[in-house]
Design a protein around this ligand. Structure first.
Ligand SMILES: NC(=O)c1ccc[n+]([C@@H]2O[C@H](COP(=O)([O-])OP(=O)(O)OC[C@H]3O[C@@H](n4cnc5c(N)ncnc54)[C@H](OP(=O)(O)O)[C@@H]3O)[C@@H](O)[C@H]2O)c1
Length: 260
């Protein structure tokens, strides 16, 4: 049986490049997306040569409408693509008041809009086929307003919620959606965002992160948090969220808000 092709965004370096490497080793054909065509071509040539797979390079700036539309079209039309790795993302340095509206808009355009549009482009075809996987790269920052990476964290909370909601909507149709929440991982993201990590606690190596995420993928886990050691903590958080929901009474104001 032919293995599904995998389209990976942000494949030119970091987490995306390691996903490319790992899926290539598993014998999947690839479609690699990022802005840096030269880096994508170099990676593609190596992966073709080492693994005997076919690799297409699709250079795109996913914050640009035309480029994004081209990747969406590829996802809609190429029925060989059965796995989408929604990985491209950026972070941002500084406090909320120090960030510009334009830089905030670019962050949301990539981390939220592009990621959601790509999932939206591919999902109907997956539903029709009765199978397909979408992996969305979120972050533990999305669980932690305390980290004060406010807009970045909000985009990652969005990605987690989107993934959970898509699972509710699509899992009965044969679609698997995974949210992956890395913590600090050694990639270029920090340098690119102008965040100095030289004095930070030790981070995770990117290969270990992706291998762990793939263990979760193979187990069809909906939320994979490689750096979380006590898995029960996630279950407890999710159970208290559900308990909170069970206490929402739509037609009745809570006692503490009733006027005296
Ligand atoms: N590293 C961490 O500590 C960490 C922790 C939690 C979550 N994450 C998440 O993991 C994902 C991957 O991050 P990473 O650490 O691997 O970062 P990275 O090393 O900086 O790689 C980011 C990738 O995204 C691509 N990209 C950036 N802007 C783009 C654009 N406008 N259009 C298309 N592609 C674009 C980059 O390629 P080009 O420059 O060639 O376009 C690159 O391939 C992100 O979503 C990030 O938020 C990372």
């Amino acid at each position: 049986m032919t293995k599904a092709s995998v389209l990976i965004t942000g494949a030119s370096t970091g987490i995306g490049a390691v996903y490319a490497e790992r899926f290539a080793r598993r014998g999947h054909d690839l479609v690699l997306v990022a802005r840096d065509n030269a880096k994508l071509e170099t990676l593609a040539a190596r992966l073709r040569q080492e693994n005997g797979i076919s690799v297409d390079v699709l250079p795109a700036d996913l914050t640009q409408t035309r480029d994004l539309a081209a990747v969406e079209a590829r996802l809609r039309e190429d029925s060989r693509i059965g796995i989408l790795i929604n990985n491209a993302g950026i972070a941002q340095s500084g406090s909320f008041t120090g960030q510009t509206p334009d830089s905030i808009e670019s962050l949301i355009a990539l981390n939220v809009t592009a990621l959601t549009r790509l999932a939206s482009a591919v999902a109907p075809r997956f539903v029709q086929a009765g199978e397909g996987s979408i992996v969305n790269i979120s972050s533990v920052v999305g669980l932690a307003p305390e980290f004060a990476m406010t807009v970045y964290g909000a985009t990652k909370a969005f990605v987690l919620f989107l993934s959970q909601g898509l699972n509710v909507e699509l899992s009965s149709k044969g679609i698997y959606v995974q949210a992956v929440l890395p913590a600090g991982t050694y990639t270029e993201i920090w340098d690119r965002a102008g965040i100095d990590i030289s004095n930070a606690a030790k981070f995770m190596e990117v290969g270990e992160l992706v291998d762990a995420a793939l263990v979760g993928f193979d187990r069809r886990e909906q939320v994979t948090i490689p750096p979380l050691h006590n898995a029960a903590r996630w279950d407890t958080l999710d159970a208290s969220r559900q308990a909170l929901l069970s206490d929402i009474k739509q037609d009745e104001v809570a006692e503490r808000y009733k006027a005296l």
